[in-house]
Ligand binder design. Sequence first.
Ligand code: NAD
Length: 316
Amino acid sequence: MELRELGRTGLKVSSIGFGASPLGNVFGTVSEEQANASVRLAFQSGINFFDTSPYYGGTLSEKVLGKALKALEAPRSSYVVATKCGRYVDGFDFSAERVTRSVEESLERLQLDYVDILQCHDIEFGSLDQIVNETIPALVKLKEAGKTRLIGITGLPLGIFSYVLDRVPPGTLDVVLSYCHYSVNDSSLGDLIPYLKAKGVGIINASPLSMGLLTHAGPPPWHPASPQLKSACEAAAAHCKEKGKNISKLALQYSLLNKEISSVLVGMKSVEQVEENVAAARELANSGIDEEALSEVEAILKPAKNQSWPSGIQQS
Ligand code: NAD
């Protein structure tokens, strides 16, 4: 598995990162055995980056991931763990007091002494000025206290990243995590990459399968995409199936192609998915992407290209 520099952090992360939201049963039930086996195979296959949040499955994802990582009996320095703060099943709280308490709770659930990355989770649901003036300074203190090595922010609307990065001292944030904006149906993150690079932050791209839109099984019932986007993705998946191709493989490979992105986080809930995704990365490295299938899928998705959905509160 290819390792890539995570911005200027000095950390090297696998080009595919293990998205652990499915371990919180977000995409259907996952047994503990299946979760352990998936994490183990991912790690043995060279995936060293694991992403979770207290929000996923109401803390379940952190607990399951923590157990699975412990069962590896691998040196702590051999894997990178990212979690988040500020978003919980019962709502959002980006206050300094809550995020400071949050990391202690996460460390206990993960059975770790420190996390590698602590991110403010979906900041568009809070006041961005509170994020700049209160939450990030609290995360800086947690970094100084050794609770986390790096800090970052996550969210859906791309404008949140420049809003915050333009208002914090240079070098304060180490990483940003964007989702659903660098996949075959929506590559709008691409336009922001030069800015993010100039700011020196590592770029993490999550949801290359657009949270299930680009799969043959289709998205979960809670998926927020419009009916138009859902049906365009369904048509693209059907086209691939008819041609004997796998839309998820193509979609993951598309995201992996951009080497400015340090890691592509894909949600995985079974050994089969880990095997398929690792094989997709290997095949991409050896023989490149299936250009014909890609251009056919891009043509089908064109009417819905870069279509997103509302997220967060109106910022004043
Ligand atoms: P995704 O696009 O990675 O899709 C996940 C879905 O695809 C799941 O249903 C999974 O079972 C399925 N899948 C995975 N591999 C497959 C394969 N080979 N074939 C068929 N289906 C496959 O979406 P995601 O899980 O939402 O995103 C990945 C990770 O990124 C999350 O688990 C989370 O860690 C992170 N993330 C963070 C944020 C945030 O911070 N705001 C938002 C979204 C995602």
